[in-house]
Write a protein that binds this ligand. Structure first.
Ligand code: NAD
Length: 335
């Protein structure tokens, strides 16, 4: 298996989960180690002979080609991306390069090896699956009601979501044009261990315990549908193994929470397990800052297709998952 972006948040959780679940599978992790990649996320695998790390760029055709030649991958799970919306507002170029061109490069090399090369399998390459990891942000924003389904029209609003939408369409075209065995999952916001410090939940925990202002965009009323990262991993696993070629599957755990709820919940838990030194509440540190431009109001996922067709079910609700997450970050930041 080739896994891209496996030194990042979701990819690293996925590789550890996957190698623990399937003991006879071998994984090559191709990751450029941008600011978002961290090899310590994979420290559990140091002595695992089924795991190989390769530092490199998914846009590098010669490198990706040589990896396919060397390892004869039977499947690809593609996580690598520029993933932070705020960075995409300041520097969209890197998002187009990695998310659009990089996805195209991987797909095209995979197609050459699986469908045209000396190791050609049947047309449609049934045995060789390309799984593309995407986001619910491609659907744009919701009002107070409604859910994103797989049929919701794409309406991306940030350079990040536009680059992911573009990559989803390229993946789709390789199924419809060439009969390539692709599947795409569109997931809601993830949280859990190993997420980069820049993201909302690690920022809230870090700022609270260092007694700094906790920044919250606008009025804090924006709503996201939060999924514990290991539930995302089981959803990917099912869609990769059992999903239908050419299909897309939404992944989400029905955990809509607004940012104000999230920050107050984390402060409340910290108040009880790590009381603030001055005897106050961490909530006193909440500071509202100028809203992100084009900030989508609400995302909410309908994951019925993944649940009914493939039998997926989330195991954590937000309140159980956030407890584990806080414990993990307290351990990280105290070290
Ligand atoms: P992340 O930013 O934590 O990790 C991205 C990884 O990709 C990093 O290790 C980075 O070094 C690597 N990378 C970046 N550019 C690369 C390149 N050109 N070549 C090789 N490697 C490169 O991201 P994440 O949060 O783990 O997200 C993983 C995937 O899941 C992304 O495709 C993202 O769009 C998608 N997704 C994320 C969320 C979320 O809430 N985090 C939700 C839905 C979907």
């Amino acid at each position: 298996m080739l896994v891209t972006g496996g030194a990042g948040f979701i990819g690293s959780n996925f590789i550890v989960y996957f190698l623990e679940t399937y003991k006879d599978t071998k994984v090559v992790n191709l990751d450029l180690l941008t600011y978002a990649g961290d090899l310590s996320n994979l420290s559990e695998l140091e002595n695992n002979s089924n795991y190989t790390f390769v530092e490199g760029d998914i846009c590098d055709t010669a490198l990706v080609n040589s990896l396919f030649e060397t390892y004869k991958f039977s499947g690809v799970i593609h996580f690598a991306a520029e993933s932070h919306v705020d960075n995409s507002i300041k520097n969209p170029d890197a998002f187009v390069k990695t998310n659009v061109n990089g996805t195209f490069n991987l797909l095209d090399v995979a197609k050459k090896h699986w469908m045209e090369g000396p190791f050609t399998f049947k047309m449609g390459c049934e045995n060789n699956r390309f799984h593309h990891i995407s986001t619910d942000e491609v659907y744009g924003t919701l009002g107070e009601t409604g859910l994103f389904t797989e049929d919701t029209p794409y309406a991306p609003n940030s350079p990040y979501s536009a680059s992911k939408a573009s990559s989803d369409f390229i993946v789709r075209s390789y199924f419809h044009t060439y009969g390539m065995n692709v599947v795409t999952t569109n997931c809601s916001n993830n949280y859990g261990p190993k997420q980069h410090d820049e993201k909302l939940i690690p920022t809230i925990i870090r700022k609270a315990i260092t007694n700094e202002p906790i920044p919250i965009y606008g009025d804090g009323k924006n709503i996201r549908d939060w999924l514990y990262v290991l539930d995302h991993c089981t959803g990917i696993d099912l869609a990769f193994q059992k999903g239908k070629a050419g299909e897309t599957y939404n992944v989400g755990g029905k955990n809509e929470r607004d940012n104000l709820y999230i920050v107050h919940k984390i402060c409340e838990i910290l108040d009880s397990i790590k009381p603030k030194e001055d005897g106050g509440s961490y909530a006193e540190l909440i500071t509202f800052v100028t809203d992100r431009p084009g900030h989508d109001f609400r995302y909410a996922i309908d994951a019925t297709k993944l649940e009914n067709e493939l039998g997926w079910k989330a195991s954590e609700n937000f309140e159980s998952g956030i407890m584990k997450t806080i414990e993990w970050y307290l351990n990280k930041y105290n070290n």
